[in-house]
Design a protein around this ligand. Structure first.
Ligand code: SF4
Ligand code: SF4
Length: 227
């Protein structure tokens, strides 16, 4: 899932300063699961901003709250149509995709980010998420025993380990396991250690066109049949 962290109250307050009526919009999917921007966090942020304004004696904002099922899907943004008419700006607690989706849907409305979108990761334990994928577009997990060298190696190297690994730890952070030692150990368990001898040519990231777009082949086939 996409992992995000809420911005500080001070930064959010600066961002919303020019707008009197602000709709705080949560996202019911990734932002909820990672505890950055679900219904609960929308209410907490609302209360935090109110308390901050009360302390400073500058409580002139009006805040509304709403959480959609998923900000990155246009179909779920219909629920905002009536609500945005009542405000001067939206403060999104969805990821960067959610912010952009709302901005595209409401072209004349300021849409502000309330969280920092950090990475794609998985829960290690409650409240702790680890980065696991950088959406590189050319997944190598089949060759690396299901351990991503792009995100889990500090240097993102495809032919590891580098000379810095020591006692199974990474030279960049000795509290972090060396990704290539983990890959070696797992390949050994899979009886595929010969994969460590392969050479993977460096990637040319300059040839990756941005923004990328994926069109579902199934959808194209259905469209073709209808046409
Ligand atoms: S190699 Fe790593 S970064 Fe690339 S798609 Fe696979 S998991 Fe994601
Ligand atoms: S020690 Fe291991 S994880 Fe760290 S940079 Fe070198 S190969 Fe990557």
């Amino acid at each position: 899932m996409i992992v995000a962290e809420r911005k500080s109250l001070e930064e959010i307050r600066r961002t919303i300063a020019p707008y009197e009526r602000v709709l705080i919009v949560g996202c019911g999917t990734c932002a909820t699961v990672c505890g950055a921007g679900g219904e609960r966090e929308v209410a907490l942020l609302h209360a935090g901003l109110r308390a901050m304004e009360a302390r400073s004696g500058e409580g002139w904002h009006t805040f509304l709250e709403f959480t959609v099922k998923r900000q990155c899907d246009a179909e779920f943004l219909d629920a905002l149509v009536d609500r945005v008419r009542e405000v001067d700006a939206v403060l999104s607690l969805g990821c960067g995709i959610g912010v952009q989706a709302i901005a595209e849907r409401f072209p004349t409305l300021p849409v502000l980010p309330g969280v920092n979108t950090s990475f794609m990761g998985m829960a290690k334990e409650w409240g702790v998420w680890d980065e696991r994928c950088a959406a590189c577009g050319d997944c190598r997990l089949a060759e690396t025993a299901g351990i991503c060298p792009i995100t889990r190696c500090a240097k993102g190297i495809l032919n590891g380990p580098c000379a810095g690994t020591k006692n199974g730890k990474c030279e960049a952070n000795n509290e972090m396991d060396c990704a290539w030692v983990l890959i070696y150990q797992r390949l050994e368990k899979l009886h595929r250690l010969e994969d460590m001898r392969r050479y993977y040519p460096p990637r040319n990231f300059r040839v990756i066109p941005r923004p990328r777009r994926i069109v579902s082949k199934a959808e194209v086939a259905v469209g073709g049949n209808n046409g």
